[in-house]
Design a protein around this ligand. Structure first.
Ligand SMILES: C[S@@+](CC[C@H](N)C(=O)[O-])C[C@H]1O[C@@H](n2cnc3c(N)ncnc32)[C@H](O)[C@@H]1O
Length: 215
């Protein structure tokens, strides 16, 4: 892989960080006001979703939504998703990841999710067959991410057009109402996919999520 290794050891824990149990979870990065997180939790009562948002006003709006929902399978986290993932998530713990309408970072390509060394770390936290959904209204963002999947990450994916009547997130509603085309990549981690972090975890004898309770 021609990307520098992510320096996880240099990332400080978020303020007031609390660790989480090592059990299978779903993760939404940049959950905004929590529209998708609340709907997902309501529709998938057996899955536990951590919704991470770093902007205070959005996080507070998400908290209000969650109070209306009263679901115990949705955990809200006010933090930077990179720092939180590094400190909270164990190898192969993630069953599904959502990054819906990330900031496009027009002037800073290095800050786009699939261009970041952190993406390799995130892949190592995904279980075999787990999916990551990346949605955007900017076709060049999806084009670039798709090229990274082919050239760098070498991962299987599907590229899909988001239905006109979809309304998963506040940004999705806004873009579709303007008549913009929204697309998503649904990326799957294959069974035998290994990142440099998977190899490290194997050397350190770490157990994948869910195996603590195996018979
Ligand atoms: C364009 S908004 C989309 C919000 C929501 N997903 C939606 O579609 O309505 C991008 C969100 O990602 C959040 N964000 C960006 N980088 C983040 C990071 N590293 N950790 C947590 N949240 C992040 C921003 O605060 C912002 O709320």
């Amino acid at each position: 892989m021609s990307i520098r290794p992510f320096q996880a050891q240099r990332i400080h824990a978020p303020r007031d960080f609390q660790s989480i149990p090592n059990q299978p979870i779903c993760l939404e990065i940049g959950a905004g006001k929590g529209k998708h997180a609340c709907a997902f939790a309501a529709q998938h009562p057996t899955q536990l979703l951590y919704a991470v948002e770093r902007t205070r006003e959005k996080f507070m709006a998400m908290q209000k939504q969650q109070q209306l929902l009263a679901a115990d399978n949705l955990q809200l986290v006010h933090a930077d998703a990179i720092a939180w993932t590094v400190h909270a998530v164990q190898p192969q713990q993630l069953q599904q990841v959502f990054i819906l309408y990330p900031n496009p970072e027009p002037h800073n390509a290095a800050q786009r999710w699939l261009n970041m060394p952190f993406f390799e770390f995130l892949l190592s936290r995904m279980a075999a067959h787990a999916t990551l959904t990346l949605a955007s209204n900017i076709s060049s963002y999806i084009d670039e991410a798709e090229q990274q999947l082919i050239d760098l990450w070498k991962l299987p994916y599907q590229r899909e057009t988001v239905a006109q009547d979809a309304a998963r997130t506040h940004f999705e509603v806004k873009y579709l109402a303007r008549g913009e085309v929204c697309e998503q990549l649904v990326i799957q981690k294959p069974e035998n996919y290994r990142t440099r972090f998977d190899q490290q975890a194997a050397l350190q004898g770490q157990k994948p999520a869910g195996t603590d309770h195996a018979p």
